[in-house]
Design a protein around this ligand. Structure first.
Ligand SMILES: NC(=O)c1ccc[n+]([C@@H]2O[C@H](COP(=O)([O-])OP(=O)(O)OC[C@H]3O[C@@H](n4cnc5c(N)ncnc54)[C@H](O)[C@@H]3O)[C@@H](O)[C@H]2O)c1
Length: 377
């Protein structure tokens, strides 16, 4: 399979490294990173030199037209994702898109339609999105232990993305804007962690949220908080912040049998998990430890952990593990957080349909805060 990386910026290196390591970690043979494309020709050239990519350029469409691409990895700013994914799928290529896959629920619906039309036309391309933390062993173990009853029901969950981004971070033109990044710290940072929350707890039913732009000169929020009720009854809190000096990414689940906690920053392995059983259920902690003892690669999450099963599926003609529907479900929670924060009202699952301002854009009816100038430097 001939792979092209589109967008030779910060995250593209993680893709190149993971692609290079695929075969040694159980992925299929014959996956080759052949091209890197960027609007900035110098960046593409420098990336090609650094990662040993045979060809570089500035024109993805020309490569697609020439049939030179089987898979496109889209590592551009989010506002380019839909256009690039559409071009790839219509040319019959698979597309692996960085998070957030698209900017809004409307774009997610367009993407789903493009993928369906391509399939109906007999084209082989499939869409998938990078959500690399779904692929660490611990999150899969947690789901299994909830599904098979080992942990009993989950009652309470906390989901915290407490990150720190300097003012300089937001000087990159596409960051901190609804039209280019899709939103602020909720869409840009917290989405990793609340995607995991959804992967573990399933569908949500109700959201109440607040958001503020407290410290950074952006168009978007730099903090948001939410209360979420899940269909299975679990009550959860979510905090997304770009202004928290001691950084951490944290998930906590209080179940009938144990408290299960994950603490990491940008990636985790089995050592990032703590299981505290209730008295009399020490078997749960033992079962967790036994299962962790069987982990491959220490149970690490990351691009490699996701791309191994993704390429196994693509090579076999199967649907990769993360679909447009998965992507949309996580975006729907983000849209609900924005709508509740900006309108002050509770949002229920399914409320945000075509025609709703928060379907078209996470900014919806408009941010409730004053212009950027009003924020102290
Ligand atoms: N999965 C993760 O953990 C993770 C981490 C960081 C970033 N990301 C995501 O990856 C994406 C890229 O982020 P980044 O930090 O690497 O951005 P970046 O700004 O460092 O790099 C983006 C690159 O895309 C290029 N580009 C812009 N428009 C283009 C176009 N139309 N065609 C081709 N190239 C174009 C730019 O020149 C630049 O080289 C974003 O969606 C971001 O949210 C994911």
């Amino acid at each position: 399979m001939k792979v092209t990386i589109l967008g030779a910026g910060a995250i593209a290196g993680a893709h190149a490294e993971a692609l290079g390591a695929l075969a040694a970690h159980g992925g299929p043979d014959g996956v080759e990173l052949t091209h890197v494309v960027d609007v900035d020709a110098d960046r593409a050239a420098a990336f090609a030199a650094e990662h040993g990519v045979p060809q570089h350029g500035t024109d993805l469409q020309a490569l697609l037209d020439a049939g030179a691409v089987d898979v496109v990895h889209v590592c551009t700013p989010p506002s380019v994702h839909l256009e690039a994914a559409t071009a790839a799928l219509r040319a019959g290529a698979h597309v692996v898109v960085e998070k957030p896959a698209v900017l809004s629920l409307a774009e997610a619906d367009t993407l789903a339609a493009v993928e369906r039309e391509a399939a109906d036309a007999g084209l082989p391309g499939r869409f998938t999105q990078i959500v690399q933390h779904r692929f660490g062993a611990g999150i899969r173990r947690l789901r299994r232990f909830l599904d098979d009853g080992t942990l009993g029901p989950a009652y309470v969950a906390q989901c915290d993305t407490l990150w720190f981004r300097t003012p300089e971070y937001f000087e990159v033109p596409w960051r901190g804007r609804f039209d280019t990044e899709g939103g602020g710290t909720t869409m840009g940072h917290g989405i990793h962690q609340f995607d995991l929350l959804l992967a573990v707890l399933g569908p949500w039913t109700e959201v109440q949220a607040m958001a503020g732009r407290l410290a950074r000169h952006t168009d978007t929020e730099d903090v948001s908080t939410a209360l979420v009720r899940f269909a299975n009854g679990t009550l959860a809190t979510i905090t997304n912040s770009a202004i928290s000096p001691r950084q951490t990414s944290r998930l906590r689940f209080d179940t009938a049998a144990a408290t299960v906690e994950l603490e990491h920053l940008y990636g985790y392995d089995d050592s990032s998990w703590t299981v505290t059983p209730v008295v009399g259920r020490e078997d749960v902690a033992e079962a967790w430890a036994v299962d962790a003892g069987r982990s491959v690669d220490g149970g690490e999450s990351g691009h490699l952990a996701q791309l191994v099963p993704t390429y196994q599926a693509l090579v076999a003609g199967r649907t990769p593990p993360v679909t447009v529907a998965d992507t949309r479900a996580t975006l729907e929670l983000a849209a609900a957080i924005y709508r509740s924060a900006f309108t002050g009202a509770t949002v229920r699952a399914g409320d945000i349909v075509a025609g709703d301002p928060f379907h078209a854009s996470m900014a919806g009816t408009g941010t409730p805060w004053a212009p950027v100038k009003a924020v102290p430097a």
